[in-house]
Every structure is written in C-alpha cells, then in structure tokens.
Design a protein around this ligand. Structure first.
Ligand code: ADP
Length: 180
C-alpha cells in the first residue's frame, strides 16, 4: 500500500490544489491531505474553515482523507505512516523552494521520498494569495475555485464574487459542478 501525504496551508483550497490532490489519488493507494495549522503567514481562514472547505472540495475521492497538523511535516508524515510527500510545482521559484525543503526533510526522515507534480497549465499562475486578492477587489475569479469556496470568500470579504468565467471546475471522473 503506497500512502502519500499532501501537505500545505490551503488558505483556501483552490483548483490548482484540487488538481494535484486528484492526480495524487490516482497515483497512490491512499492520500492524506495535511493542513498546516500555523504557518508563518497571515491566514484568512481558520484551521477548521480550511478543513471544512477542503473536505467539501475533495469528498468525492474515496481514497483521500484530510487531517490538520502542527509542527514538522515529517512528523505528520511519520504519524500517518506515509512513504511519500507530494507537492505541486508551478514554476522555478516553487522548484527551488521544494528542492531545499525536500533536502531538509530527507535529512530529517530519509525513508520518506518526495514526489513533485507539475501543475496543470491552466492553474500555473494561481495561488491562494492571488485568489484572495482578486476576490477581495471584486475581480472575476469564478474559474479558480469550487463554488463553495467562492461562497466562503464572498462571506469573508462581504462582497459578491464576479464570475463570468466557465463557472465550473473539473472533478474526478469528469463530473462538472456549476455555480448558480
Ligand atoms: P504552502 O504554504 O505549503 O506552500 P499552499 O497551500 O500554498 O501551501 O500549497 C500547497 C501545495 O500546493 C504546494 O505544494 C504548492 O506548490 C501547491 N500549489 C499551490 N498552488 C498550486 C497551483 N496553482 N497548481 C498546483 N499546485 C499548487
């Protein structure tokens, strides 16, 4: 049984994250998405909110579960008995960051390997930071996150999300979800 950990902040989960989680769930027998509860950056959503949003976004994946964690990612990986840590790569900056963290993690836990997946080209520019900024300024971000995440952003910023894009996101087995 090959079990992978997909750690991150997920503040909030968006289509780039979902794409990696879906692909990891195909590559591995079991995927544990791990939401880091206290990263050294300002968060918009609480840990519980990030967990709820991720759970709703990924509930269709039967071999994937979601946990939250504090402390070292490798300790979380040990706790959940994973063989591999999965991360997504958008560009050279991500590569350099993941390479450094990956080597540090390998020094701490040599038995845990790193698997970096190139992001979907459609989401190469997408980050949670950009999603939040565009949402807060009333820009059109309807194609970047599932409907319930857009609803949550709407509530946080107390303004409607503009969404003239396709208003859909791709789920496992090509099931499309529409936002009314
Ligand atoms: P972190 O703070 O650990 O980078 P993030 O929530 O920003 O947490 O990202 C979690 C993981 O998802 C990271 O591996 C990141 O590179 C990846 N990721 C972020 N945005 C995208 C995207 N648009 N496409 C694919 N992977 C992404």
């Amino acid at each position: 049984m090959r079990r992978a950990l997909y750690p991150g902040t997920f503040d909030p989960i968006h289509n780039g994250h979902i794409d990696i989680a879906v692909r990891a769930s195909v590559l591995f027998d079991e995927v544990v998405v791990a939401i880091y509860d206290a990263p050294p950056k300002k968060l918009l959503f609480t840990t519980q909110e990030r967990l709820d949003l991720a759970q709703q976004a990924l509930e269709h994946l039967s071999n994937l579960r979601i946990v939250t964690y504090t402390g070292l990612t490798v300790e979380c990986a040990r706790e959940h008995k994973v063989d591999v840590i999965v991360r997504g790569l958008r560009n050279v900056a991500d590569f350099e960051y993941e390479q450094q963290i990956g080597w540090a993690n390998a020094a701490l836990a040599p038995h845990i390997d790193l698997c970096c997946l190139f992001c979907n080209n459609d989401y190469a520019y997408l980050s949670a930071t950009i999603l939040k900024e565009v949402a807060s300024l009333g820009g059109d971000c309807g194609a970047w996150a599932p409907p319930h995440v857009l609803d949550a952003l709407e509530q946080k910023f107390d303004r409607p999300i503009r969404s003239s894009g396709p208003k859909i996101y791709l789920r496992h087995e090509d099931k499309l979800v529409h936002r009314d």
